[in-house]
Structure formats: C-alpha cells, structure tokens
Design a protein around this ligand. Sequence first.
Ligand code: GCO
Ligand code: MG
Length: 407
Amino acid sequence: MSKHDTIVSADVIVTSPGRNFVTLKITTAEGLVGWGDATLNGRELAVASYLRDHVAPLLIGRDPARIEDTWQYLYRGVYWRRGPVTMTSIGAVDLALWDIKGKATDQPVYQLLGGAVRDRVLTYTHATGWDVPQLLDSLDAQRERGFQAIRAQTGVPGLDIVYGVGSPDAGYEPAGRGAAPVEEVWDTAAYLRHAPGALAAAREHVGPEVKLLHDAHHRLTPNEAARLGRALEDVDLFWLEDVTPAENQEVLRHVRRHTTTPLAIGEVFNTVWECQTLITEQLIDYVRTCVTHAGGISHLRRIAALAEVWQVKLGPHGPSDVSPVALAASLHVGLSTPNFAIQEYMGYEPLVHEVFRHDWSYADGHLHPGDAPGLGVEVDEALAARYPYEPAYLPVARRRDGSMTDW
Ligand code: GCO
Ligand code: MG
C-alpha cells in the first residue's frame, strides 16, 4: 500500500451458513482487501443497511491507512451517534482497515498493536445441561477438549426453555429462525432456588482448579444479584456475568457491597463511556465489550486502557453469533494487551469454518490469532453466496403472569 492508496469499494455480504453473519469487505485501488465483522444477532439487516446506505459511500476515496481518523469521522463526525447499530458498523470498518494495514505491512495485526505480551490467549467455553447430571457430563466433555475455564448453565425445574441451555450434542444457539421471536417463560425465584446448588455441584465435580463461570443474563434486581453473589461465594466462580440489566450502572454499588464474587459485565455496551462508572468505581472485575459491537480494535483498546488504570481486566464477548473475523480481531487484541484475561469461545459449526477460512487456532484451552498478515481470515465469497440471509430473532421473555421481562 503506497501513500496514495485509496478505498475503492466497501461491500456488505450477508450470509447464513447455519446462522446469519454480516461481513464488510473493503478494497483499495492497489488491490488490498480487508474484512470486518458486522453481525448483530437478530438485527443483521439494520447494520447491513447502515453500512451500505450511510457508511460505504463515505469511505470511497479515503486513505485506508488513516484508521483512527476514519473512526473519529464515523463516530464524532456523526450527530446521531452511539448505539449497537452504529457502533457495530464502525467496528466493521475499523476491523477491515486494521486487516488492510496488516496486509500492507506484511504483519499480523497484533504486531502493529505493540507485539505479543503473552504466548497464547486463555479461553473459556460453555457447558450446559437441563439437569445437574447432564451439566456434569457436559463439563467433563469440555475438559476432555482441553478447556480449563468453562461457563456452566443449567435448566431450572419448571421452566421449559432456559437461557444458555441447549441440547448436549448440538451447540447452544439462542437465535431462532422464523419471522418472530420465540417467547420464553422466566421465573427468577425458581432460578435463584436452583442455580446455587447446581453450581456448587459443578464445583465439587471439577475440583478447585477449573475456572467456573456463570451468566445470569441481565435478569436480576440489585438485591437478587447481591444475594446470588453471596450464595455463590464458596463456589469460587471466576466470574458471575451480567447480573442486572445494563441500564443502571449505579446499582452495582449495592451488589458490590454485599459480595466479593467477581463480576463481569459489558457485552451489550457499545462505547467506553458506557463502561465508565463500572470501571472507575471498580464495580466490576472484567469488562466484556465485544470487538465488533464496541467500535472495533481501536475502541476496544481504549476500553482496555481505561480498565487497566483501575485494575479491571478484559474478558471479551465471543459467542458464535459474531463471525470468525471478530474472534480473530479479539485475539489480536488479547495477545497484545496486558490486562486481557480471557476470551469467550463458543466455537462454530463446520460450515462456518469453510466460509471464513482463518489462521487462528485452538489448542489446550487457549487460542492464538496466527501469524498471517492482517487479521488472518479470508472469506470464501462464492460459498457465502450459496447461503442467503434467513430471518432469525433472539427470544423474548415473559414472567408467569404474562408480562414482559428481560431476556
Ligand atoms: C454470552 C452471551 C450470549 C448472548 C448472545 C446474544 O455470554 O455469550 O450472553 O450468549 O446471549 O450473544 O446474541
Ligand atoms: Mg453473556
């Protein structure tokens, strides 16, 4: 890439090799191609439109080397800013431009971020069971695959569908195909009666060394969260995630006063400003912002820098509903960022690995981004084109009396 290279096209690819992914492809006059992930589960086409209709035309003719200036242009230069659709779009552009810079300089992106500060990135995956024996089997299966950190979710007696619990042989996929969301029934009291015992059984089963995590998925009041944190203290969780809905950060003060169970929050946050109170008041131990949904590599690094000052670590979101391009980007940040603790890795269906050919690899409970120039992921466009978008939604949840609650 010479000093005179320019962006000549920015195309959006929506593909559904088992589930929907939105991918941005930026091409330069000198023939460099950069890939960005723009997948926002259940709202894919909103991001595709934002990119196609409002961002792509503005990128044409710009200097691909000016990553930070483009970020500022798309964020600060826009009056109606913030929010998941905007920030995911900016994230996709940012990832694609870092990919191009890596390819232009023949360096993996982590080298451009200052180089490796660790040899590999610790990862956690999911274990799931409708009842405790099934959960213990699932934990065993993930340990056999080498995982040393595992998130444990169980069914709740009396509830037919529970967040995070899938069938033992197929991966958990929260989004359901179809024209409308699935409606789940949720009962917090039943969950609070059951979860501490199930997690205590999980700890007893795996012994003290395995890192156990649990996701409450935004459903509790501050006091319920405080009580759950207390009830889980002997389980020695690595983290308890998303105890309360994201809107009111101040409520975490109450939770924090009552429990020392480590807390992780942030997968639905889109900017550093949304994480600010939680980080600067040390109300959390791990910030979970996703490289795609929080404005790309450039912005995730800003979040990491603020978090580092306050001894908060990064444990980014890495569900199967962001693409292998996003996972690659998160790993480049992980390898080069001192206060990066752990990367979520749910894994992908085999077909996804064919559409997104990646240099990152998994071994022995750890991931590595690989040493290919750029992010190290190439998209097979012909294969992607064979799997068009299919409408899919995340579920919604109702209480037993029929009123809506947080999913
Ligand atoms: C996690 C998340 C996911 C989300 C999903 C929504 O911790 O991995 O909570 O399971 O529910 O990404 O699209
Ligand atoms: Mg979560």
